[in-house]
Write a protein that binds this ligand. Structure first.
Ligand code: NI
Length: 254
């Protein structure tokens, strides 16, 4: 398959330290045409930006992740502001709410999420949103601030998906659709309007079956596309092409 657009990757992760450049140089030959790397802290946002400068096909999303916002200082947000001027930055992310891991108090997460939603609107950039076990608060804040963007690794119900689509949001699906007991993600994959679907890895995590538990990379999106295309009764390559067009539209590329 060709023309794969991975809308969510973490190639700055230490699990790529051993062979990062070899892998990133090889991905275009494996059908990958664009990747958005997502920062989760100031430091990883800087690394993300450096990767986007080294590789033409990599773009940067920068921001503070909900699990990391407890440690973020005011000076981190100031430093991020300067990075947003870079032309390779196409989104504010990865931001959001995570009520699964009890590491950062809810009110701290909500404050960090809201300030970055406001910022995204000011910069006229889309947001890449992480929502884990926090659907109600996430939707409430998206309703309030009305940014453009994507709900990444979408884990909600078909109803929540429809609510998000009504708000103009895109739905990101990855390896989870291939897992056993993937009833909910598959129902979403079948029901989401074709012009709102995006493909992603969240690599190094979430490798699709038959690589579940191993290190993920953007070329494995082919397996995700096959699974989603099967439930929708379409050709995987047609799905990949449509999802790439969707991502180009959202991130205003090409
Ligand atoms: Ni992520």
């Amino acid at each position: 398959m060709t023309g794969i657009f991975d809308t969510h990757a973490h190639y700055d992760d230490e699990r790529f330290d051993e062979d990062r450049d070899t892998l990133l140089q090889a991905l275009p030959q494996k059908g990958v045409c664009r990747v958005i790397n997502c920062g989760v802290t100031l430091a990883s946002s800087r690394t993300t930006l450096a990767l986007s400068h080294k590789y033409d096909y990599i773009y940067a999303a920068i921001g503070i992740h909900p699990e990391d916002c407890g440690d973020a200082a005011e000076s981190d947000y100031d430093a991020l502001m300067e990075l947003y001027c870079d032309p390779k930055v196409v989104a504010v992310g990865e931001i959001g709410l995570d009520y699964y891991w009890d590491t950062v108090p809810k009110d701290v997460q909500i404050k960090a999420f809201e300030r970055q939603l406001v910022l995204a609107n000011e910069l006229d950039l889309p947001v890449i949103v992480h929502d884990r076990e926090a659907h109600a608060d996430t939707m409430m804040l998206l309703q309030k601030h009305r940014p453009r963007g994507i709900l990444h690794c979408f884990s909600g119900s078909v109803e929540t998906m429809q609510e998000a689509v009504k708000l103009g949001f895109y739905i990101g699906l990855g390896g989870a659709v291939t897992f056993k007991n993937a009833k909910k993600p598959l129902a979403v994959a079948a029901a989401v309007p074709l012009d709102r679907l995006l493909l992603e890895t969240d690599c190094p995590y979430m490798a699709p079956v038959p690589f579940r538990g191993k290190r993920n990379d953007s070329s494995l999106i082919a397996y995700v596309a096959e699974t989603i295309a099967a439930v929708r009764g379409m050709e995987p390559q047609v799905l990949i092409d449509q999802c790439r067009e969707n991502a180009d539209r959202l991130f205003q590329l090409k």
